[in-house]
Design a protein around this ligand. Sequence first.
Ligand code: PLP
Length: 380
Amino acid sequence: MRVYLDNAATTPLDKEVFEVMAPYMLEHYGNPSSIHGHGREVRAAIEKARRTVANLLNTSPAEIFFTSGGTEADNAAIVCSVRTLGLKHIITTRLEHHAVLHTVQMLEKRGEVQVSYLRHDERGVLDLDHLKELLAQNSQTLVTIMHANNEIGTLNDVEAIGDICKSFHAIFHSDTVQTMGHFKHDLQKLHTNFIVGSAHKFHGPKGVGFLYSDASVKIQPLIQGGAQERNMRGGTENVYGIIGLAKALEIAYRDMEEHRLHIQSLKDRMIHKLRDGLEGVSFNGMSAVADKSLYTVLSVSLPPSSMTEMLLFNLDINKISVSGGSACSSGANAGSHVLEALGVDPDRANVRFSFSKLNTPEEIDYAAEVLINMYKKIPA
Ligand code: PLP
């Protein structure tokens, strides 16, 4: 059995999505900026895709800008809001994805902003009173806080954070890459100025994403060039990517409840199997708490052993694809700034299982059994 449990890294493309993309690779090849018939039909398809995304998020198509993915959308929101609006201060967390963290640190290094990191506890739960304190002390602030953590799955209360930001007149960007397509974002209720999506996290194609940019906050583009994306992103559009992204999001919204129940049941199954079979197992962050974590992610912490360094390799030999992460950035495992920030024991091994609608209970049983047997074989 070959098992893919790394869906927070990327998801397989849906066949239904591929089928709507293929004609835009072969038949409809016009440049959407061309004014002739070949161009116009492609332009119409891009604008239809934009309306689809906007409708699903309950916002206006004028606020949706297609990008090369989540990283570019995060960069655009952060860099362009700071520079266009003259913001001097960023509030963020040490648990953000590098697409956010490294962008914020670049602006700090260049002397463009001062950065404050929000306090959190050992499970990654943010201290929102600290957010209020920081906002009360600083004006002209960008708050950038992710919706769900990609490593440990902890969910942040973006509604509450948005309300706080609004009351302090701060700009709020949320990296929603991991929740897009898995939660229904309603932009009429959520007080965010920027959110982002990346198609390959919800069974769409790689290399395409989008930025929602609140129309009341006008920013300059990140990428200079032609007038594409209404002057907000130069460069010929990734046409078939955009068509695929919209279809993938449409399917995700259409089937969300059914898939959520299925995926949560797989996650619960894995939690129970590991708790029953593996002495000393625990779960990082709020990973095992259903309503406080992303249902697609389970971050498992395993007791220190002689196997720690070889864990992912051994799972891979057994045809199980997962992600790792170590709190020790110099360890043989790839270092995780998130686990390090949570202060997890660097001698423990960590495995991130991330599930999709395509996984089955049999796959969960197989992966759990392999992991449990690996630990049973360790000499005392
Ligand atoms: N933000 C988060 C939370 C992510 O998990 C990822 C991808 O893993 C990104 C941003 C980057 O997205 P992309 O791969 O589309 O650049």
